[in-house]
Design a protein around this ligand. Structure first.
Ligand code: CO
Length: 441
């Protein structure tokens, strides 16, 4: 297995290359191809799949990869894990440009629940997916990424808002409109022409394309960094949840021996998961039906399987210790966190928690536990949705982090490594070692 420093380099490269869920799926596909995975398309017939490693992408932003050591018909269990590819942020509106005071500004919608204050005064770039028409009239789509800072949302000076440090609130429609460029004109330039120029730079074959529509997001142009006097921390955008996506991809790809395993990386977790490619959509179920068309065999597989739902957890913040339950204080660099909730906001139970604890122990990784205070609402993730959707025993885990949903989040530099080793162990385990015990009734 790789070394910790090499792991961090690869994690940083993966997240820096993934400013949007589309780019995360593309970076995931590249990682899988490097490990010999073969892409399948949902719209094709697959026939009988030979043992091997495969992946499928839906809506360019969700990905399922699986490894088969046996014929699917054998009914052997799957080592399953899931994470989400999307992060909260700002999405470009369909008709975005306006001119005010000589500045061209870009209208944005808020995607999910970002912390908005950190978006001010940062060097922002734009990335996403565009659909375009060729000279012959055929429809195509491509990912684009401006890669350099092209926008900024300046704060209002303290002199013009003396109460900014005590009473500031952010109006999402009025306050959050980035500056894109200056112009002497009174009407804005054509945004699609701007996109067409960028598309032509990245894809010369599309130089004369006509842009039709786009799914574009703003992102922080500053790359990830290792921070702290001894490098204890990592900071950067989208640690929630691309750190987990990377660990799943790397863990499945490097498991030895290669067994029956599957990972699902879903888009749209941050907006409730109800979509074609979200965890409440049909993606995972469709793949399982396709792999195991016989219902009895499919149910046999799922009943013997384990699903590890991986999404970052809240580390205790030293300035706000009172926000955590005093007996459950996950700390940075103390290993992945097992998340529990009596009301099933997390799908973990004693059996699935114990299984994950054993993988950590075997991998030499520490692990911790989290439960929300009774007087604060508990978040949730794809774990309970998947557990309920397909009926698989599930554990919710994730590395502890600070500043969740900030444009620049903070995590411990050792925790992703601990998580990856635990997941690699999980994907390499025997059928017996991933199966929940049953009480004698
Ligand atoms: Co998350």
């Amino acid at each position: 297995m790789q070394q910790h420093s090499q792991y961090l380099d690869e994690l940083f490269a993966f997240i820096n290359a993934s400013p949007t869920a589309f780019h995360a799926a593309a970076a995931g596909a590249a990682l899988l191809r490097d490990h010999g995975f073969q892409r399948l398309h949902e719209a094709d017939a697959w026939g009988d799949l030979d043992p091997g490693a495969y992946f499928v992408v839906r809506n360019d932003a969700s990905l399922i990869a699986f490894t088969l050591a046996d014929s699917p018909r054998s009914g052997q269990p799957l080592r399953m894990a899931g994470a989400h590819t999307d992060s909260p942020g700002l999405k470009v509106k369909p008709n975005p440009l306006q001119v005010r005071q000589g500045c061209v500004q870009l209208g944005v919608e808020v995607y999910g629940g970002p912390l908005l204050a950190p978006w001010f005064d940062r060097d922002l770039s734009i990335a996403g997916r565009v659909s375009w028409r060729t000279g012959q009239g055929a429809l195509q789509c491509s990912l684009i990424d401006f890669k350099r800072p092209v926008a900024v949302i300046p704060s209002l000076a303290i002199h013009l808002d003396r109460e900014a440090n005590s009473k500031r609130s952010i109006d999402k429609q009025i306050d959050l409109v980035p500056l894109l460029m200056q112009t002497p004109e009174s009407s804005p330039p054509d945004f699609k022409t701007i996109l067409q120029r960028q598309l032509g730079l990245q894809h010369p074959a599309a130089a004369d394309a006509e842009i039709l529509d786009f799914d574009l997001f703003l992102y922080d142009a500053q790359p990830l960094a290792q921070v702290g006097l001894n490098g204890e921390f990592i900071t950067g955008a989208r640690l929630d949840n691309l750190l987990s996506c990377h660990a799943l991809l790397q863990g499945l790809a490097s498991a030895k021996p290669r067994r029956n395993g599957l990972i699902v990386l879903n888009d749209h977790e941050e907006v409730g998961s109800v979509s074609t490619a979200g965890a409440l959509g049909t993606f995972l179920n469709d793949m399982l039906q396709r792999l195991f068309p016989e219902p009895g065999v499919r149910q046999q597989v799922i009943a013997g399987s384990l699903f590890v739902s991986v999404d970052n957890a809240h580390a205790v913040h030293p300035n706000f210790v009172g926000k955590h339950d005093p007996e459950h204080l996950p700390q940075l660099n103390q290993g992945p966190v097992i998340k529990m909730n009596a009301n099933q906001r997390y799908a973990t139970n004693a059996l699935t928690a114990s299984l994950f604890r054993q993988f950590c122990q075997k991998a030499g990784s520490p692990c911790q536990q989290f439960v929300m205070r009774n007087d604060l609402a508990c978040g949730s993730t794809i774990g309970p949705l998947t557990a309920a959707g397909i009926g698989v025993p599930t554990v919710d885990v994730g590395v502890p982090q600070l500043a969740m949903h900030s444009i620049r989040e903070t995590a411990g530099s050792a925790d992703g490594w601990h998580l990856l080793r635990a997941l690699t162990t999980f994907f390499s385990e025997t059928d017996e070692a991933i199966r929940c015990p049953q009480a004698a009734l």
